[in-house]
Design a protein around this ligand. Structure first.
Ligand SMILES: *Cc1c(COP(=O)(O)O)cnc(C)c1O
Length: 400
């Protein structure tokens, strides 16, 4: 590894992505397509590295959250179909059309705007209808099997000359929850979605691709895989911590490491860090480390989280600073400057998972991992050895 990277770095194992992809693929019916969700820079793993890996494995589609992410993939040579899951300003129809990006069609008003701009610029846009079956975020209303108005609206959409409907999808708000109410809710969503699709097709509007399963949907509602599934977190090997108990053999793809900058012994009564929120109850050994909230390590972990050094737990003492934090290493005598600290991942036979760290921070891995900041270099491993480095440390800023 290049020396200048030895401050804080993430290791992304592309073999793990490949393994997870195959495991997910093998769990699905033969003809079910895979749409890899690579939004938010592939949940912090790096979208281009992940997209290329999935591309080689025969992924069918990619999903992103916005048009910038989609264009970025296109500019880096990704030619697969891409669905934008969220809102794109309708003024950008030319970009959608030019880059062959499929847009989620989120409402009738939105369809009208798209159609208007598409007419103005004489372009056509591919869309997937978004059905709202209970998430109450985006989409044509189809909850509880009630969709009379949505059918009227879609009749108007189907007549729009510049929009091409290539599919339909919906989203589950609680497919990871094991309570009888949550299970009943998702099952009702699936029934509503199927009925809605059937009614649309009965109006003579073909829906070549129907999809609804996110990761937890794939794990827990495989009977609803339909034409395509949209795995996000399980592709990266996390997010199985739900209470339905269905598991796959997934490998976490990311590990995060930092370094000890200084070790010192402090007498009882010493206060540590901003706000002096920690007071040493006895003589202690403290290791200052080179990671902070600007690297994405949540400040909520102040006086709460822990890391691993030489396979042993080192609790955070005091507040997490912007670029540094302090660990109690009193019980790990051999710690010295330059030692590698595991933020999450393996450490001399011990393991601290991203799930555990996220839980300590009061959040979920999707949030925690996608927050790991751009200043943390990603080192990519393939076939067990270093394959690529995302060298953002040496990025340049040049004014014209
Ligand atoms: C983010 C997202 C997904 C993937 O979610 P995971 O829970 O990470 O699998 C799938 N579908 C939609 C609409 C999403 O927004």
């Amino acid at each position: 590894m290049v020396d200048y990277l030895k401050r804080t770095w993430a290791v992304v194992d592309l073999d793990a992505i490949e393994h997870n992809f195959q495991v997910i693929r093998d769990s699905l019916p033969e003809d079910c397509k895979m749409m890899a969700v690579v939004k938010a820079d592939a949940y912090g793993h790096g979208d281009i590295a992940v997209a290329r890996t999935c591309g080689k494995l025969g992924v069918d589609w990619f999903a992103v959250s916005n048009i910038e992410e989609a264009i970025s993939l296109r500019r880096q040579g990704i030619g697969h179909p891409i669905l934008v899951l969220g809102f794109t300003p309708p003024e950008l129809v030319c970009e959608l059309s030019h880059y062959h990006i499929t847009q989620a069609l989120i409402s009738l008003d939105y369809a009208r705007s798209l159609q208007e701009f598409a007419c103005q610029f004489a372009v056509t846009v591919d869309v997937h209808i978004k059905a709202d079956t209970g998430m109450s975020r985006l989409g044509f209303a189809a909850s509880h099997g009630e969709f009379t108005q949505a059918l009227e609206e879609l009749k108007e959409v189907a007549a729009m000359s510049q929009l091409h409907i290539g599919g339909i999808f919906t989203h589950f708000p609680c497919s990871d929850e094991g309570s009888p109410e949550s299970i009943a809710f998702v099952e009702e969503q699936i029934v509503s979605f199927r009925a809605f699709c059937a009614a649309i097709e009965k109006m003579g509007i073909p829906l070549p691709l129907k999809h609804c399963c996110n990761s937890a949907g794939i794990l827990n509602y495989r009977h609803a895989a339909m034409d395509m599934v949209r795995p996000g977190c399980i592709l990266y090997g996390f997010g199985q911590g739900d209470d339905l108990g269905n598991r796959m053999d997934l490998w976490p793809a990311m590990e995060l490491y930092t370094t000890v900058a200084m070790v010192k012994t402090v007498p009882a009564g010493t206060q540590v860090g901003y706000g002096r929120t920690f007071t040493a109850p006895k003589e202690m050994k403290i290791a200052s480390c080179t990671i902070g909230y600007a690297d994405g390590y949540s400040r909520h972990l102040s006086n709460k989280g822990y890391m691993l050094i030489h396979g042993q737990k080192a609790p955070i003492v005091g507040r997490v600073c912007m670029d540094q934090l302090m660990l109690d290493v009193t019980d790990i005598p051999q710690v010295k400057q330059g030692d590698v600290v595991t933020v999450f991942g393996p450490s001399d036979g011990a393991y601290l998972s991203a799930e555990e760290v996220s839980a300590m921070a009061g959040t979920i891995p999707n949030d925690f991992l996608s927050e790991i900041s751009k200043r943390v270099p990603r080192i990519y491993k393939k076939n067990g050895s270093e394959f690529a480095v995302n060298d953002i440390v040496r990025r340049l800023y040049e004014e014209k």
